[in-house]
Write a protein that binds this ligand. Structure first.
Ligand code: 13P
Length: 293
């Protein structure tokens, strides 16, 4: 296991928790961060789970809405349950970036551990309304709810002015206090995907937000963020980090190469046996960056 002794404190990433909510509260208090990876099917799911098991850490796997729709939330829940049997630490399942309250409800009904309702593209009033609907629905099931405020750049996110993406501290407070949401994703300058230049993280804003609300915060856009900035953010209150693009691009690139080599003989299990270690390598590399203490 990757542990280190720092200031005589042994930091571990496999502690037992009664619930995911409890884990997040403790991670915020102890400046730790749950590594969370976007996965697409049983193959990259296996790669993430095996890498995490070998590094002896809890992990979260996340389905974007197209993945949840195509596989169905029920099937993904069963897949993760299947993997959980063979592995020693916790594997939490999360719905990522859902703009639909209904899809969040479906994921909650299917037994997801956590859901994100993304109201970052609508007005604060509408964002609060959507978030509250999901928080109320999730309450009896004990499911964690993540909201977003400010914007994570990249993909088709519309940024209207220079600082339009930055989460406003008063708005963050209002969203958190009126909805009782568990964890909050905040726009502080990160972007989804590979970025042409290093994203400039607004640490001053992160500090203001972390002082304004006690909620565990979520760092999106994990693929393009340098390790030093990931680690600084974790020390400032980021308790969950989302990492996606590096997983699916590694998967697609190596699958493409192997299929090209095999030609008409390409057979999925043989191809995937060669691709899986490549995905595991990048997952382990990111786990080392996140579980750094
Ligand atoms: P990356 O694709 O940049 O890793 O970001 C993933 C993410 O933030 C998913 O919510």
């Amino acid at each position: 296991m990757d542990t280190a002794i720092k200031n005589n404190v042994k930091t571990i990433y496999n502690e037992d928790y009664k619930s995911l909510k409890e884990l997040f509260i403790d991670y915020r208090a102890t400046q730790r961060c749950l590594p969370s990876f976007n996965v697409n099917d049983n193959y990259d799911l296996r790669a993430v789970v095996e890498a995490s098991d070998e590094m002896d850490t809890h992990v979260m796997v996340m389905t974007y809405p197209p993945v949840a729709e195509l596989n169905t939330t029920e099937v993904f829940r069963s897949l993760v349950d299947g993997f959980k049997k063979g592995f020693k630490n916790d594997i939490y399942l999360h719905l990522d970036h859902s703009t639909s309250v209904d899809l969040c409800k479906r994921a909650i009904d299917s037994g997801y551990d956590s859901v994100m309702i993304d109201g970052s593209q609508v007005s604060l009033k509408e964002n609060i309304k959507m978030t509250k609907q999901v928080v109320d629905y999730a309450a009896s099931a004990g499911v964690v709810v993540e909201a977003e405020i400010g914007k994570i750049m990249g993909r088709d996110v519309v940024v209207k002015s220079d600082n339009d993406f930055l989460a406003d501290v008063d708005e963050v407070k209002q969203l958190f206090e009126t909805t009782g949401v568990d964890i909050v994703a905040v726009g502080i300058g990160t972007a989804h995907g590979f970025t042409p230049t290093e994203p400039k993280i607004h640490f001053d804003r992160l500090q203001e937000i972390a002082e304004a609300i006690p909620a565990p915060l979520v760092l999106h856009g994990g693929t393009g963020i340098p390790d030093v900035d990931i680690q600084k953010s974790i020390n400032m209150g980021m308790s969950k980090i989302n990492i996606g693009t590096i997983v699916h691009t590694t998967y697609m690139k190596h699958a493409f190469e192997e299929i090209k080599k095999a030609g008409n003989d390409a057979y999925p299990p043989f191809i995937m046996k060669k691709v899986l270690p490549k995905i595991k390598d990048v997952v382990k590399d990111r786990l080392k960056a996140v579980n750094f203490k």
